[in-house]
Design a protein around this ligand. Sequence first.
Ligand code: AOS
Ligand code: ZN
Ligand code: ZN
Ligand code: ZN
Length: 424
Amino acid sequence: MQLEKYQIQSHNEPQLSAHYRKLAYLEEELGDTEQLIEKLTAFQIAIPSWALGTGGTRFGRFSAGGEPRNLEEKINDIGLLHALNRSSGAISLHIPWDIPQDTLAVKELAASHGLRFDAMNSNTFQDQQNQEFSYKFGSLQHEDPKVRKQAVEHNIEVIRQGIELGSKSLTVWLADGSCFPGQLNFRKAFQHTLDSLKEIYAALPDDWKIFIEYKAFEPNFYSTTVGDWGQSLLFANKLGPKAYTLVDLGHHLPNANIEQIVSLLLMEEKLGGFHFNDSKYGDDDLTAGSIKPYQLFLIFNELVEGMDTRGMDHAEDLGWMIDASHNVKDPLEDLLQSVEAIMLAYAQALIVDRAALQTAQIENDVVRCQEILQNAFRTDLRPLVAEARLRSGGALAPVELFRSLQIRSQLIQERGLFTMATGL
Ligand code: AOS
Ligand code: ZN
Ligand code: ZN
Ligand code: ZN
């Protein structure tokens, strides 16, 4: 299943006059929007290979049908997303779920869709078939040096695979921790993890980065060895300049001020990666912007401010991706919605009047500060995001086009109803 240019054009055409009317109105309000549109056009967000199938929960899983059965089909799915919105131009692989059989062919396929390889993800949170030692009681933190060695070697193998694909970063998410008080010695667990990470770090090529993802709880429910941004930053600082902290929005304790964490990590030049999703309770992995769109905007507000002051280009400097799971929605529609929500939050952050905000902050004009932020947040920037898509050859209304072309039924026809993508 491949999307043809004419299909996008014939979807766009009847909507053009309404679109330009809305855009003209916005331009009257905002003034020149060219720069904004350019930034939105350049914006790309990576899609993880494990988000293309139905996630399910530990209680059950209800397949959408037509799920990708192998790496090639996963790449094709992301190619479809990218053709629709022109903003999903990267894929994040997971080893061993996505071991390429023929690296060259996989690279060519990705390039034919205009996709880059974003961060590689290692997996020491599950035991694989034929694996010598179990990760039941941790991997990089494990008491037994043989287990640690196995986990270190796996990560080095993931780097090796990534080099061949042209990736430039490794994300390490550890399930390591403990379920009960007294189960482990916190300092020893930290020290073992650090020693293991140092070995992985030593295997990183010079132009690579390592992202240390933290998570407050789950699958361990008493302690997590990389439990919060403080612990992640400790590791990153001890490792060196190629090590960064990765923020997954669902990995905090309730009500954490994530935007403040983002701001300080940027200040320390240690914010290296992002997993976007949304949640009501914990690591719910819901569609980005579906529950707390204002929080998403506030996070982008910090990202834009922090990056502008450092002259950073997010496409080059940060590995931003979606880390979501889909229990009731079509995974591809869900991802289209997530990308749209992220683009909107980014666009809204770009129109914040920063000079005025700074003055209001200096004058302690709290009311004005709120007005400035909420003026941006309450401006409907959908036409701007749509214009960026249109100019790059995407669809004005990606979800509508996905539906009217009956893409899911076609995928089911091609791949079958009971396929199951590997992943969470
Ligand atoms: C787990 O909770 C983390 O969010 C991971 O980033 C991710 O979901 C996992 O690495 C997928 O393999
Ligand atoms: Zn994550
Ligand atoms: Zn997670
Ligand atoms: Zn998650």
